[in-house]
Write a protein that binds this ligand. Structure first.
Ligand code: MG
Length: 445
């Protein structure tokens, strides 16, 4: 039994931890927070999503909200449909990359961005107070046009005919998740020969839904056997994307954003430097800085969490941004990490380069990144550990936006308390594997 309630929403195993009562109260709290507006609701493909949806609808309706049911669709589609329908907010029923026994709720505001820290605190206060609004229900409408609307928006901002001319052979692993239908549809619209594996949202997840290399063996094999030009894999709510090269090699999710950023910066060579802003979080690979420098762009680093990157992108009118976990955010489409956008940008890049995916990867600077975690009981213990790290690297360039990030001439290490779990996350990156490992060893207790 495990439940995680944080500013990023709620997640838990169903139904023992994420109980029907908790789901109902969260929906009532959100309806109260939005003061009975229209709420768009999308779900991932987990069997438990369907029953949670019924409970969420009841909660929202009891507070006087009007509900638009989007059915199963990617998380970024919900963000797009909030703006499209001029709704007051949106809810996504998903546990993202967590395994099948889990589910969760995420909350978006009227611009499709997740609630920020201050908004989430206010919202969680309503949840805890149990002082929910009661008003006459305004009904549920079903709208299954979300995926088509999303694809239309993507098609408008890329060179679809250039992609079509290449008739790419693309293997796609949807993990039987919320992107299964949307991703195949997008690829077909782009004239690709689609080799779909695990793209049936009615079936259970065939593997752990986090799109990290160790979960992509089947996709990598498929790319090789079917001689595909490349392969794509999304997590269960299709916001994160990973790429497999034509050699059948999972290139690591850090490079998804790097490829998308490089393509957009290449496309915008004529823009002045002050208009070339890339936003990413503190823990994302330095590849982004190297690529940005090459094209005279500026990189802004935020705290961890999609909302921080999205708000900064919106406020600074950034060109593109995202997270190193395979999350690309392209403001021309929306302010969520979006696997559909990532696929389209990477295929557009491949079409423009007239080369192979492995060539595009080999042109990127190479880094070794290591991610690990240690348990900690509470915030005090985390702070104590972070202070120790500051001491170890006394005199070095320290960034204290969140936890501590140490910038060295040949690498960096970032140590921070997790927002959602009682752990400390440690990420180190360097050009050589040994150096990155050394950095982590230097601070492990
Ligand atoms: Mg996700």
């Amino acid at each position: 039994m495990a439940i995680k309630i944080s500013i990023s929403g709620v997640r838990g195993t169903v139904p023992d931890a994420l109980t029907p009562e908790i789901c109902l109260d969260f929906a009532k709290a959100f309806g109260t927070y939005l003061n009975s507006g229209t709420v768009v609701v999308g779900t991932d493909s987990r069997p438990s999503s369907e029953f949670i949806k019924g409970i969420v609808f009841s909660g929202l309706l009891s507070t006087g909200c009007s509900v638009i049911d989007l059915g199963i669709c990617p998380t970024p589609t919900v963000g797009i449909m909030i703006r499209e329908t001029k709704a007051s907010g949106g809810m996504v029923i998903t546990a993202s990359h967590n395994p099948l026994p889990w589910n969760g709720l995420k909350f978006m505001r009227e611009d499709g961005i997740f609630l920020n820290e201050a908004q989430a605190k206010h919202f969680l206060n309503i949840y805890e107070s149990k002082q929910f609004k009661q008003a006459a229900s305004r009904g549920v409408k079903t709208d299954l046009t979300g995926i088509d609307t999303h694809i239309r928006k993507v098609m408008k901002v890329i060179n679809a005919s250039a992609i079509r001319r290449n008739k790419f052979r693309v293997a796609i692993d949807g993990c039987n998740g919320a992107g299964s239908v949307a991703l195949v549809k997008l690829l077909e619209k782009l004239g690709c020969k689609v080799i779909a594996i695990n793209c049936n949202p009615r079936l259970p997840f065939p593997h752990d839904p986090e799109p990290i290399p160790e979960n992509l063996n089947e996709l990598a094999q498929t790319v090789k056997i079917k001689k595909a030009d490349l392969g794509f894999a999304a997590d269960s709510d299709a916001d994160r994307l990973s790429v497999v090269s034509e050699e059948g090699r999972a290139i690591g999710e850090e490079l998804t954003l790097a490829l998308a950023v490089k393509f957009i910066l290449k496309k915008n060579l004529g823009l002045s430097s002050k208009n070339k802003i890339v936003v990413t979080n503190l823990s994302t690979s330095q590849v982004i800085d190297d690529v940005a420098r090459q094209y005279g762009a500026m990189v802004i680093r935020t705290k961890i969490g999609e909302v921080h990157v999205a708000e900064e992108l919106k406020n600074l009118r950034g060109l593109i941004g995202g997270e190193g976990n395979g999350g690309v955010i392209y403001p021309q489409i929306g302010f969520n990490r979006d696997s559909l956008t990532a696929i389209a940008l990477i295929l557009n890049y491949l079409a423009a380069s007239k080369g192979k995916l492995s060539t595009l990867v080999s042109e990127m600077p190479h880094y070794e990144i290591f991610k690990t975690k240690i348990e900690c009981k509470n915030q005090d213990e985390a702070n104590e550990f972070i202070d120790k790290v500051k001491n170890v690297f006394k005199g070095e360039d320290l960034i204290l936006t969140e936890g501590v990030k140490v910038l060295l001439s040949d690498g960096w290490v970032h140590v921070r308390a997790s927002n959602t779990e009682p752990i400390i996350r440690i990420i180190a990156e360097a050009r050589e594997k040994q150096k990155a490992e050394q950095l982590i060893q230097k601070i492990l207790p």
